[in-house]
Design a protein around this ligand. Structure first.
Ligand code: HDL
Ligand code: ZN
Length: 417
């Protein structure tokens, strides 16, 4: 073994390598400036991110409808006052805002929102995209590209979808599986001969719709968010569209199908984007899909902490499944530590430990700063355990392992060119 790392140095080396290794952020909701208002950035967007809005309603005796009628600066000022000034910003989403501002060199100790706003007022969007990608050490992100969203459709129909190679695409198709009747009407309006009746003619037209958008977007994967009630197989449209459209099209296109499972949409509709809840899903559905469709590849992530151990066991059984990320309500230090250790113990380095899910550009900074620290800590534990067996590792091997975790595993799984 050339240059075996000393046990007393392994933790510091892992921390250094994780910091230095760039990330391929495989699920986000951020966009290049060419996508117009779909790109959110700056301190007011950070403060009014739906994670903080949900927390605001716990302190401010304010009807959500009244909050949502306020303009964005007023919303941001109320959130700043309630979550940061009147109460210590201890929650992960609050701390994240401060990590971003601190990383940008702003003095958060002054608690001066106007000074923070002044930093952004002179910035151009493309300048800030460069700054954020550099600070977060992110080489590329995968967007969430939803052809059912009018603003998104317009960008692609105007040919502005591929303007920045750092923003890769993912074709998001929730309505096809979550609201088939509504989706059938939308597709019919776009010239696809679909009817709510799921017959071969309709299946062929859904496949044509998917193929058209795969051609247009060149997505790395197809994606859907599914509720805890998702079952496979089950009577009805969802199984029919999966079996006759989504799985044959993705197999033929050679791209994975990403299933993000466990969202109970709008358990409190008054909170809008902040109103979704979580539930434990049936892992048997994912096992059946991975077993019955061995030529398909599946990216999977689960929203409930209670699904995580069985997700690791399921992933051990199917090499056409790639487990990814600490998604949404999972993206908290106490849970990231727990499930990253569980995954390393059950899967070695054959998984994707994290994605940011960033909805506001600036969040790349905090979501990766916090995650790198946590992932490096757990990895350090595991390398220390390994070296206690007399095994030796080199710095090159640590760099190889970390590169696989932060970008290589995903790239290989999607056939990255
Ligand atoms: O469906 C999804 O992709 C989720 O990530 C939602 O966008 C969710 O609202 C979110 O922002 N999670 O972080
Ligand atoms: Zn998301």
């Amino acid at each position: 073994m050339t240059h075996a790392v000393e046990s007393r140095n392994i933790r510091n080396l892992v921390r250094k390598v994780v910091q230095e290794s760039s990330v391929l952020d495989m699920h986000t909701h951020i966009y290049p400036p060419a996508f117009g208002k779909l790109l959110l950035w700056g301190v007011d967007e950070l403060l009014t991110y739906h994670y903080l809005a949900a927390e605001l309603f716990r302190y401010a005796g304010l009807p959500p409808e009244e909050f949502f009628r306020m303009d964005k600066p007023s919303q941001a000022e109320l959130i700043w006052q309630k979550l940061f000034i009147e109460h210590s910003p201890l929650s992960e989403s609050n701390r994240g805002v401060l990590t971003v501002l601190h990383s940008l060199g702003l003095d958060t100790g002054k608690r001066d929102l106007e000074e923070c706003r002044a930093y952004f007022s002179g910035l151009k969007a493309w300048e800030y995209v460069n700054r954020v990608f550099e600070l977060a050490n992110v080489e590329a992100v995968v967007m969430t590209n939803d052809p059912f969203d009018e603003a998104e459709r317009t960008v692609w129909l105007e040919g502005k979808g591929h303007t920045d190679p750092r923003f890769k695409t993912a074709l998001r198709i929730d309505p096809l599986l979550m609201d088939w009747e509504g989706a059938a009407r939308r597709l019919a309006g776009w010239g696809y001969k679909t009817s709510p009746e799921l017959n071969e003619k309709t299946f062929a037209e859904i496949r044509r719709f998917l193929t058209d958008w795969i051609e247009k977007m060149q997505p790395l994967y197809l994606a859907v968010s599914l509720p805890p009630s998702f079952r496979y197989p089950e009577p009805g449209a969802r199984t029919a569209v999966l079996e006759n459209c989504i799985l044959p099209v993705t197999a033929r296109a050679g791209i994975p199908f990403a299933m993000m499972i466990g969202v109970n949409k709008l358990i409190n509709p008054r909170l809008a984007l902040a109103g979704d809840g979580v539930g434990k899903c049936d892992m048997g559905a994912v096992e059946a899909l991975a077993r019955n469709f061995p030529d398909n590849r599946f990216l999977v992530t689960f929203l409930s902490r209670e699904n995580q151990h069985e997700a690791c066991v399921m992933t051990r059984k199917f090499s056409n499944v790639m487990l990814f990320g600490c998604w949404w309500f999972m993206n908290n230090p106490s849970i990231i530590r727990e499930i990253t250790a569980e995954r390393l113990e059950l899967l070695g380095t054959s998984f994707v430990p994290q994605h940011s899910d960033a909805r506001v550009l600036d969040q790349l900074i905090y979501k990766w700063s916090h995650s790198r620290e946590l992932i490096a800590g757990v990895l350090g534990d595991k390398y220390e355990d390994l070296l206690r067996t007399g095994w030796q590792v080199s710095e090159e091997e640590v760099r190889r392992d970390v590169k696989n975790l932060l970008s290589g595993n995903f790239k290989r799984f999607v056939g990255w060119k």
